[in-house]
Design a protein around this ligand. Structure first.
Ligand code: ADE
Ligand code: ZN
Length: 321
């Protein structure tokens, strides 16, 4: 099997419905019944409803031990698909809503990463994210917490949430603070926002990568620029299909972006919400566009070369492909 690497995964969104129910039971926490459909899977109807459902599920993750378990459980599943590296987003705002400090949520994730390495040889690093629709002040506060609690596994800062809310420039103070400390950043753009959202991100934020970026396809000049500057795109086709952006893999722009020379990586985003996994993203994308094993190996190389971890780890991972 081709070795795989993933750069775009929301840790709270990686927890399966079964694990979320188990955590809620253990914690004696009430889960909003509208979180699940009658078959036990997550229930949501569009992107904005998905963000709501995500919040309801994340509310079950209440302690460092819960974060350890969510991290370990995800990496264990990844290891069965020959994933050698995951860069996971963590959301201190979701942790705080569930009653946890920044340091507690981080301690749990770090423990899960160490145990997964010991048991499966898989590596993982953390990108701490803010939530765009919670606004620039919250984002700045997350950035400050990142700088006040440094850890070698925290290699980046990112932003998810509703792209229609606020403007990238509003988040410049948070991103600049992180950038000045030498920490890399990425932003979700060109998922539900159009190409102008990617353009605004590139104009105002010091990002090294773009989360999704697929709607750049609507602006040929932007595609050309992304390709020329080799700005890595964290592409999540299954997520985009599930949330209704494209009807199927064949209509997804990932292959056109690849052929235009863009630097493409493949990720699962929030796998149990979108009935996917890193392995399925590799398989389904390859099947849709007749990608070869060498194409897929290049996707993994792209991810490792675009990762925010240190060069020594990148070198080690590249030898495993
Ligand atoms: N948070 C979790 N998943 C997300 C996505 N796909 N887009 C924006 N914010 C998110
Ligand atoms: Zn995402």
């Amino acid at each position: 099997m081709v070795k795989k690497a993933e750069l775009h995964l929301h840790l709270e969104g990686s927890a399966t419905p079964a694990l979320v129910r188990e955590l809620a039971n253990r914690n004696g926490a009430e889960l909003d019944p509208s979180t699940f459909a009658s078959d036990g899977e997550y229930k949501w109807k569009d992107f904005w409803d998905f963000l709501n459902c995500y919040d309801k599920a994340a509310a079950a993750i209440r302690s460092a031990e819960d974060y350890r378990l969510v991290t370990y459980d995800y990496l264990k599943r990844c290891a069965t698909e020959d994933v050698i590296y995951v860069e996971t987003f963590s959301s201190p705002d979701h942790a705080a809503t569930a009653g946890m400090s920044y340091q507690h949520h981080l301690d749990g994730i770090i423990a899960g990463i160490d145990e997964a390495r010991r048991d499966f040889g898989i590596e993982c690093r953390i990108i701490v994210t803010c939530v765009r629709h919670l606004g620039p002040e919250k984002a700045l506060s997350v950035a400050e917490q990142v700088l006040q609690n440094p850890h070698p596994y925290v290699v980046g800062f990112g932003m998810g949430g509703d792209e229609a809310k606020y403007h990238p420039a509003d988040f410049k103070p948070a991103f600049d603070l992180i950038d000045q400390a030498g920490i890399a950043t990425t932003n979700h753009a060109g998922e539900f926002g159009g190409p102008e959202s990617i353009r605004a991100t590139l104009d105002h934020l010091p990002v090294k990568r773009i989360g999704h970026g697929v709607r750049s396809i609507e602006d040929p000049d932007l595609v050309k620029e992304l390709a020329e500057r080799q700005i890595p795109l964290e592409v999540c086709p299954g997520s985009n299909i599930s949330t209704g952006l494209y009807v199927d893999y064949q209509s997804h722009p990932v292959n056109q972006l690849k052929e235009a020379g863009c630097l493409i990586t493949l990720s699962s985003d929030d796998p149990p919400f979108f009935a996917t996994s890193v392995g399925r993203e590799y398989d389904r994308t390859a099947a849709a566009f007749n990608w070869t094993e060498e194409d897929l190996k290049q996707i993994t190389r792209n991810a490792i070369q675009s990762a925010f971890c240190d060069e020594e780890l990148k070198e080690k991972l590249l030898t495993q492909i």
